[in-house]
Design a binder for this molecule. Sequence first.
Ligand SMILES: [Zn+2]
Length: 99
Amino acid sequence: MKRYTDDERPRGCCYDCGLEYGEDGWIEAIVPDHVWDIINPTYHKDAGLLCVTCIARRCAEAGIAQVPVWFCGTERLVAHEGDPVDELQILRSWTPSDV
Ligand SMILES: [Zn+2]
């Protein structure tokens, strides 16, 4: 699996595909540390940045399945307090977050 040296490491975007962090299409996704240790795109513990698609791609490449993912979402996708309850429940059913 590709790991980037300090000289190669991109700044502020997904290392694998270049999607900029915080761009409209960015979905914040967090995986458990023991999974990140395997798919980590750097040589440093807990370092690096990958978009959710590239996280999934690396997990598939590593043969890891059923990874618990915490989706923090983006402003556009995340419901807020005061939003209609039924929509919140639908969102929760889509986003397993028991890391
Ligand atoms: Zn990516």
